[in-house]
Design a protein around this ligand. Structure first.
Ligand SMILES: [Fe+2]
Length: 280
């Protein structure tokens, strides 16, 4: 039957909206070669496992996981292999980028299995996710070198029909904490020059700051994530531990380019924080 012959009693089926791309961001896991080691009283492997359990329980419809740096505190092959085992058990694609505590070459070697990858971009549906390396050997602060800026520009230029999510470890703008802002991205102007001529960029996400952050720059969402272990208190100029439990950021990347996002944490602090530490 031709569509024009359909009676009003037989309306055409409504077009179902495209389902969003569901992303979970985990960050700043700070695992060690020694699985018994703690950071400020928290066993980082145990809190990482608890956050992955949370993903399985609450986000079992996730399409992929993004891990945004400081994955292994001592950049040890043992730490990366242990993390890789855990990620592989999630039965989801996991894409990783390095933070200042990681060593990219070691990470590339040991966080590399069929479902766990370090790669510059991931295209899913009408979204492209671009994964940048903002690390500088021996430095806590971040920098995007010419090669990384080229990766950003090339992936945006080649996918003008895609909405873009840009990911890196370091925050690209001050967040109001002097001690963390001293180790932000040091060349945000070069970064934002590329972003600003790419209208398809919808959001920039990062780790490093161990706290939830939400801002907007023009139409672009700016999003920082909590750590899977210790949290830092927002808006303080000196190092300060926050007593919030470990957590993750979830994102729903909609077909029309809009984004729903939020933070999800363990229901309580799993171990007693050692508030006496003066840094990490
Ligand atoms: Fe970190």
């Amino acid at each position: 039957m031709k569509p024009e012959n359909l009676s009003p009693l037989h309306p055409q089926p409504k077009q179902l909206p495209e389902s969003p791309l569901r992303v979970v961001q985990v960050s700043d896991c700070h695992l060690y070669a020694n699985p018994g080691r703690s950071l400020a009283g928290l066993n980082t492997l145990a809190t990482f496992d608890s956050v992955l359990d949370l993903v399985k329980a609450e986000f079992n419809d996730a399409d992929l996981i993004l891990a945004t740096g400081d994955l292994v505190h001592d950049a040890s092959p043992l730490g990366y292999n242990r993390m890789c085992d855990r990620f592989e058990n999630m039965n989801l694609p996991v894409y990783c980028l390095p933070g200042n505590h990681d060593v990219p070459d070691v990470m590339r070697q040991h966080l590399n299995r069929s479902s766990v990858k370090i790669q510059e971009a991931v295209r899913r549906g009408n979204w492209i996710i671009i994964m940048l390396d903002s690390t500088v050997p021996g430095r806590e602060g971040g920098h995007l070198n010419a090669g990384q800026l080229e990766i950003l520009e090339r992936n945006l230029d080649r996918n003008p029909d895609c909405h873009a999510l840009v990911c890196l470890h370091h925050h690209p703008l001050p967040i109001g904490s002097a001690w963390l802002d001293r180790m932000a991205l040091d060349n945000p102007t070069s970064f934002f020059q590329i972003i600003d001529r790419s209208p398809q960029v919808r959001a920039i996400i990062w780790g490093h700051i161990h706290q939830a952050y939400e801002g907007v720059r023009r139409h672009i969402r700016l999003l920082g994530a909590p750590s899977t272990c210790i949290q830092f208190t927002p808006q303080l100029d000196q190092f300060s531990l926050d007593q919030l439990p470990p957590g993750l950021r979830w994102l729903e990347l909609e077909h029309d380019g809009s984004i729903n996002t939020g933070i999800h944490r363990l229901s309580s602090m799993p171990m007693k924080l050692d508030m006496s530490i003066a840094g990490y």
